[in-house]
Structure formats: C-alpha cells, structure tokens
Design a protein around this ligand. Structure first.
Ligand code: GAP
Length: 452
C-alpha cells in the first residue's frame, strides 16, 4: 500500500467492496440491520477460497484431523454446561437520557474522568453484564424449556461430537476435530465494517492432546497458524502476538495468544489460540453424565484429553486480506497515468483467476476465438471471467480493482493476421507489473497452474 491515508482506507475498502460486488450492507433496501453484511459473488468466491485453503492446510492434507458440520441449534444444556449462559457477556453501559448503549471497554473516559454518552454527552449509567447469546424459541410451546440459543462459537459443536468421532474412527492422540460454520453474537456495538458483526463465520479446531504435551502442541499450532496467514497473503508484518493477561482470559482458557492485525482502525484481534485444558470435555462429562474420557491404548490409562484451540474468523480474514491487498500506484508511463487501484491478492485466493477478452467485441472471428479460450480456461479453473466491455485499458482497470492476476486478450495476431508466427498465441497481462507476454493457447493452462 503506497501512501494511503489509513483513515480513508476503510472507506475505500468498503466502497470498493460494495461497488464491485464483494460485500453489501445486510437488508440494505430496508435501511440495513446493524452488524449484518451480505456477501456478493466476489465476496463469496473470496470466502470460499479462504475456507478451501484453510481446509487443505488444516484438514485434508493431514491424517489427524476430522471435520464435522454440527447443527447451529443445540440443546440449551450445552450452553449452560459450557459456562456461556452465565459468563458469555460484555459490560454494557447505558445513557439514562437518550438510551444509547455502549460496551464499557469501548468508551473512552472524558476529561472529567467519567464515561459520557457520545450522542448527548450525558453521564453514562453503571455497567451491567449483557449476555451476547441470541435466544430463540424452538417448537410450538413457548415456555422456558423451549429456549434455544444460536451458537456463539462453533467449538461446542465439536466438543459434543468428541465421543462420536472417537467411537467411529478410533483416532490416537493427538488428533483434532475441525469445523467451519456460522456463529452469532449479539454484540452491543457492532462496528468497523465486517470486523465486529452479529452474524459471523468461524473456522475452528479443537486439538486433543495428552495433558503432558500441551505446551509442545500449543507452539506447534501457533507456527501453523502463522504459516497459513502467509499462505493466503495476509501481510504478516502487520500481525502481532499478544499474550492475553490472566485476568482477561476467557472462562475456559489457561493461556491465550491473540494474533492481532494492524487494521486501518487500529491493532485489533484477528485470530485466537487458546489452551482450553480439559475444561469443556470435563464439564460435558458432568453435564451429560456420559464419560468423555479417552482410553489411551499405549499407556493403558484413561483420562480426559486437554485441548488446544486455534480459532479463525472468516470475516476478519476477508478484512485483513482486503487491507493487505489494497494498493494504489501512480504510474509514470504505460497504460494510463491515472492512479491505479488494485487488489494484490495471491492468485490462489483471488476471486477471479483470469479474465478473457476479444480485442474488439464487434469482430466475430476474434469473439469466437476468445470464446474458445474462455471455455477452455473456465472448464479448467472455474474462476474465469468474460470481459468485453469498453476498451482494453478500462477492462484492465476493472480487473485490477477486483484483484484478477491475469488478463488474456485475443487479438489479430492470435488469428494469424500479423504474419503467421504468432498465430494461436495470446497476450497475458500481469496485474502487478502491467507487463504483457505472448503465450501459446496450448501453454496457457500450464502457465497459470505454475503460479497458483
Ligand atoms: N471458540 C473460541 C472463540 O470463539 P473468540 O476469540 O471469541 O474465541 C474467535 O472468537 C475468532 O472469531 C476471533 O479471533 C475472530 O476472528 C472471530 N470473531 C469473534 N467475534 C467476532 C465478531 N463479533 N465479528 C467478527 N468476527 C468475530
């Protein structure tokens, strides 16, 4: 990113995301719904690439990981037992005059040393704990027994399936159970675009270990998390580890590292890595009266495994990637002298891998050949776009703005009209350098694959 005012960056990202079909305000035509965002086609493609990369790294390339997809609605006893009903809360302060509500730790003290309402300047009331779980009713009877919660973390869907996985697959320790899915939090003050939302998506792993080895696997998973951030193209110079102080640890954790990222609005939590001890499995053993102890065949001992939990937010990953990829430059020569905006996504994560265009859209011979190349690439890569709108310079700009690494143009040389030796070759233009290369159509797939 060159010389972009950090203050403006969020506005620029949000505006680009809306204009180009990555992310829209939730329920926009009805004035929106705070803390909700809708992903458009390019946002969905980006999220899918993130999730696929995560799955490849943490699940499918390994032999010790089991993926589940648990129900979002779970028996309320899960949340009573896990401690969320009593402790999953934030301190809320309310303005007695205008009734605006704030999270206490997000309001700065005024010069008089007290917390004031940012809307009407009234002194805010005393803090009280506000439970962030969304409650709803299940079934036709509206009594207290019908209350269920939308899960605030995907983790519990993993813990309640621990015994199922052990019984079905007989894994040896250490092993992990992974899950990708939605979670819901009634945040008091959703803010900063998709950073703090009420409906979010998580990618979580509960890695079950022998308690004697928890530190070794904590370090190991920390390194794996950092490695993956680099794989998808998060700017790791902007990632910082924060050892969470004892008094700030979640109720289930004995040690947590927050990976913080330098977002345009400040350094904030991107991911978490927690040592959850045997807290959850022990609680669920008691709560369900079904033993979740593990029989270790090697040592012939039975114990409750301990857990290391790497936890990733998908939405925060999208935001960190957008912030990492956003680039502006003012070329001094070449295609155009206007400021160029481009998203420097890694090809493996870019929503569109390449765009295919005929040089002119009113020349059927060019269009037919371009359609052939488009069809060939589309069936190989899927994430390929047809673009024949406006002149070539405009097409390049449009593709740059959504982060497409390569633009392929079919011109008269492709048809053999420039003398013949360039017949069946195309130009492939690189997003970051603007350089163009001539490549044989038959080599295109391997050329792109090399760089994915
Ligand atoms: N299972 C542990 C857990 O849920 P957490 O630190 O509360 O821990 C894990 O959340 C991750 O989920 C965070 O690091 C962040 O990436 C994401 N996350 C949490 N709350 C979020 C919110 N309101 N909006 C967007 N992402 C959120």
């Amino acid at each position: 990113m060159n010389n972009i005012e950090q203050d403006n960056l969020m506005e620029k990202l949000q505006s680009l995301a809306k204009r180009r079909g990555f992310i829209y305000q939730g329920s926009e035509i009805y004035g929106g719904l705070a803390g909700t965002w809708d992903y458009g086609p390019l946002g969905v493609a980006l999220k899918n690439n993130i999730k696929e990369s995560w799955r490849k790294k943490f699940v499918s390339s390994r032999t010790d990981m089991y993926e589940v997809d648990a129900a979002i609605l779970m028996n309320s006893k899960v949340w009573e037992t896990s401690g969320h009903v009593n402790t999953f809360s934030d301190p809320l302060v309310e303005c007695p005059k205008c009734k605006n509500r704030y999270r206490e730790d997000q309001v700065e003290k005024s010069a008089d040393g007290f917390l004031h309402c940012s809307n009407c300047d009234e002194l805010l009331g005393p803090p009280r704990q506000f439970n962030m779980m969304f409650a709803t009713k299940i079934g036709a009877m509206e009594d207290s027994a019908s209350t269920v919660y939308l899960r605030p973390e995907t983790a519990q869907g993993i813990f309640v399936n621990f015994k199922n996985i052990v019984d079905s697959f007989h894994p040896k320790l250490p092993f992990g159970i992974a899950q990708i899915g939605k979670a819901f939090r009634n945040e008091i003050t959703p803010r900063d675009f998709i950073f703090r939302v009420r409906e979010l998506e998580q990618m979580e792993i509960e890695y079950f270990v022998n308690p004697a080895e928890w530190e070794k696997y904590f370090e190991y998973l920390k390194d794996e998390m950092i490695d993956w951030m680099g794989v998808i193209g998060i700017n790791t110079d902007k990632v910082h580890e924060l050892n969470v102080a004892k008094e700030d640890l979640a109720h289930y954790s004995d040690r947590t590292i927050d990976f913080e990222f330098d977002f345009p609005f400040g350094r904030k939590e991107l991911y978490g890595l927690a040592y959850r001890t045997d807290y959850d499995l022990s609680k669920h053993s008691e709560g369900s009266t079904i033993s979740l102890a593990y029989q270790d065949e090697e040592s012939k001992t039975k114990f409750i495994p301990h857990v290391i939990e790497p936890s990733f937010g998908v939405d925060r990953t999208v935001l960190a990637l957008l912030a990492s990829a956003y680039t502006e430059d003012s070329p001094t020569e070449g295609e155009s002298l206007e400021t160029r905006v481009y998203l420097k996504f890694k090809p493996s994560i870019a929503p569109v891998i390449c765009a295919v265009s005929p040089l002119l859209k009113n020349k059927p011979e060019l269009v037919d050949k371009a359609k052939f190349v488009f069809g060939m690439l589309k069936s190989e890569f899927g994430r390929v776009m047809w673009d024949d709108n406006g002149n070539i310079g405009k097409r390049y700009r449009r593709q740059d703005e959504i982060g497409t690494p390569w633009c392929i143009v079919i011109d008269f040389d492709t048809l053999g009209e420039g003398g013949g030796e360039m017949k069946d070759t195309v130009t492939i233009r690189d997003r970051d350098t603007g350089n163009q290369e001539r490549v044989a159509i038959t080599d295109l797939i391997s050329k792109i694959k090399e760089q994915l």
